[in-house]
Structure formats: structure tokens, C-alpha cells
Design a protein around this ligand. Structure first.
Ligand SMILES: [Zn+2]
Ligand SMILES: [Zn+2]
Length: 318
């Protein structure tokens, strides 16, 4: 035997929406439904006048706990010159404990300070400079010149060699130049980009599947999740049972409802298999009413109800 759930009365849904909308934004209600020169009254706003169309749909809800685990594994190594180390933003988690992923601002994989490591430069073998043959003296360490000397009374021109130490290499024949690879800093520096050590947090996530063609499914699901105790639906412990009793429980049926039950069932199965997820509630089937309404000023909006005639919630994009 299936229990038939009574859907809320359309006027009751509209009334609940109207009361809430006027509490949250009375000015907007006056603007959209008021009459110029007349005292504004909520009583004049009726479903009969402003609801253009109504659809009887269904929604399926369950909640899962999902663990937000550590960031995806990954490790990247960078090797840079000493001055570039200072241009990188490093992070340290030494002794800080695990990080709350919800509060974390920034990348999930970051350069870590403790991983900085000096690597001797291969090009200069860690000396910071290279020894090259002196260009001025071609590596001889000496500058050779030929002087023209005037000899004797006749002042005959005689060529004489004159050698002196090269001033560019101080007579050594070699010149040292800073190594271009390490910029003269002897070392290059290696560091790692590692995942931020997030703590494994478990959060409750509402899963809602509805047969209504709506872009507000996520918002409706979030609202429902908060007030699930105050909304009446029919509970099932598995989809097989739900599938066989849904039509009789709702008292109405359409192709979209059938399709929705199918896709919700597949989603449910996927969560059952997911190691990081845990289904924490039974499966709820809710009657869902979708109303297409239009204000006096011609602004279109939608009202949704989920639940039974005695315990239902209202959502609207008004
Ligand atoms: Zn070098
Ligand atoms: Zn020289």
C-alpha cells in the first residue's frame, strides 16, 4: 500500500509567497502590484488573477556528506638563479597544522619555503666565474711593443723590443668573467611546488532532482536542505521502492517525472560508489508545484512549492 500525499492548495502556496514577499520587500510589491492613487492592499493580489499557468511536478531529494580531501597530488620542481628566488612567493606550513580548504585563498599547489635547495652551477663548477684567455694579450700575460730607438751620433733608427705585463689580466694571461648561467652566484636554487596540506573536511551537500524545467534547482535544493525537517515528503530507503510507488504516492504522473526518477537513481548509485561520499538521508519524494506568474506591471516570475498540503516550502525568483 502506498500513502498518497496531498499536494498544497494553489491559493495557499500563493498566499505563503505573498506574505513572505511583502515582508522582505514591501516596496517592490507595491511597485509591481499597486494602483496609482489607491491605498495598497495585499488582499487584492490573488492567484486567480496573477498566476498564468501551473505545472504539477515532482522532486527527489537526498543529502550526501562529501569529504574535501587534500589537493590533488602533484609536484613541480623549478630551478632558478639566486635573485629570482626573491621574486617567487613562498609558503610554509611547518608547524601550522592542516589547512581549512574553505578558508584558503590562493592556489592549491604552491612553492614551499622548506624545499629551497642550493645546486652548484655546472657551467662554472660552482666557482661563480669562468677563466678565459685574456683577449688583450692573447693569453701571454705580456704586451710586446717595438720601440724605434735612435742610436749614436748618427741617430740610426733601430727597432728594439719592449715587453711589459698586460694590464688587463695583471700579467696572468687569463681573465675571470662572471658566469652567465648562475650570474656569479655560484649556485642555482631548486624549489618545489607542493599541494597545500588541507585537512579532510566533511560537508553536507543537498542533491535535488526535479522534473520542473527550471534554472533555480540549485537554489531550491539549498533552501530545502536548510528546512528539510519542516517539509513533508514521502521517504524511501531505495530507488526500487520509490520507482514502484511514486505514481500512486503523488496521484499524478508525467514523462518528465519518470525521467527525473531515472536520473536521480543513477546519481544515487554514483554516490554509493564514491569513496569520498556518504549518503546521509533517506530518499525523499516531494510533490512540486511550479507556477508561472506575472505582476500587474507585466514582470514575469515563478513560484515553486515543495512538500505536502500541511508542510511545504515556497521558493520564488520574484
Ligand atoms: Zn656558474
Ligand atoms: Zn692579459
Amino acid at each position: 500500500m502506498s500513502v498518497r500525499i496531498k499536494t498544497p492548495n494553489l491559493d495557499d502556496i500563493f498566499e505563503k509567497w505573498k506574505q513572505r514577499a511583502s515582508r522582505t520587500d514591501r516596496k517592490k510589491m507595491e511597485k509591481e502590484f499597486g494602483t496609482k492613487g489607491a491605498v495598497f492592499s495585499l488582499d487584492a493580489i490573488s492567484a486567480a488573477e496573477y498566476v498564468k499557468d501551473t505545472m504539477k511536478e515532482a522532486a527527489i531529494y537526498f543529502a550526501v556528506k562529501k569529504s574535501l580531501g587534500p589537493a590533488p597530488k602533484g609536484k613541480e620542481e623549478n630551478t632558478v638563479t639566486a635573485p629570482r628566488v626573491g621574486r617567487e612567493q613562498f609558503y610554509s606550513f611547518k608547524g601550522t597544522g592542516k589547512i581549512n580548504k574553505e578558508e584558503w585563498k590562493g592556489n592549491e599547489i604552491v612553492p614551499q619555503f622548506e624545499s629551497i635547495q642550493a645546486i652548484p652551477c655546472k657551467t662554472c663548477k660552482g666557482k661563480g666565474y669562468l677563466e678565459n684567455k685574456c683577449k688583450t694579450c692573447k693569453g701571454t700575460g705580456k704586451i710586446e711593443e717595438t720601440l724605434t730607438v735612435l742610436v749614436g751620433e748618427e741617430q740610426n733608427k733601430v727597432k728594439k723590443p719592449f715587453t711589459y705585463p698586460c694590464g688587463a689580466c695583471y700579467g696572468t694571461g687569463t681573465r675571470t668573467e662572471p658566469c652567465k648561467e648562475c650570474g656569479g652566484h655560484k649556485n642555482l636554487y631548486k624549489y618545489e611546488e607542493l599541494p597545500v596540506p588541507f585537512q579532510t573536511v566533511v560537508t553536507g551537500v543537498p542533491i535535488l532532482h526535479s522534473s520542473a524545467q527550471t534554472k533555480y534547482e540549485k537554489e531550491i535544493g539549498d533552501d530545502l536542505h536548510k528546512m528539510i525537517e519542516d517539509v513533508e515528503g514521502i521517504r524511501f530507503s531505495d530507488f526500487k521502492e520509490l520507482d514502484s510507488k511514486a505514481e500512486a504516492s503523488l496521484g499524478y504522473w508525467n514523462k518528465n517525472i519518470k525521467k527525473t526518477i531515472g536520473s536521480a537513481g543513477n546519481d544515487y548509485k554514483a554516490y554509493e560508489k564514491d569513496k569520498d561520499a556518504q549518503i546521509t538521508t533517506q530518499i525523499y519524494l516531494f510533490p512540486m508545484i511550479q507556477m508561472f506568474a506575472e505582476t500587474k506591471r507585466g514582470k514575469r516570475f515563478e513560484i515553486y512549492s515543495l512538500g505536502s498540503g500541511t508542510k511545504f516550502m515556497v521558493y520564488s525568483n520574484f
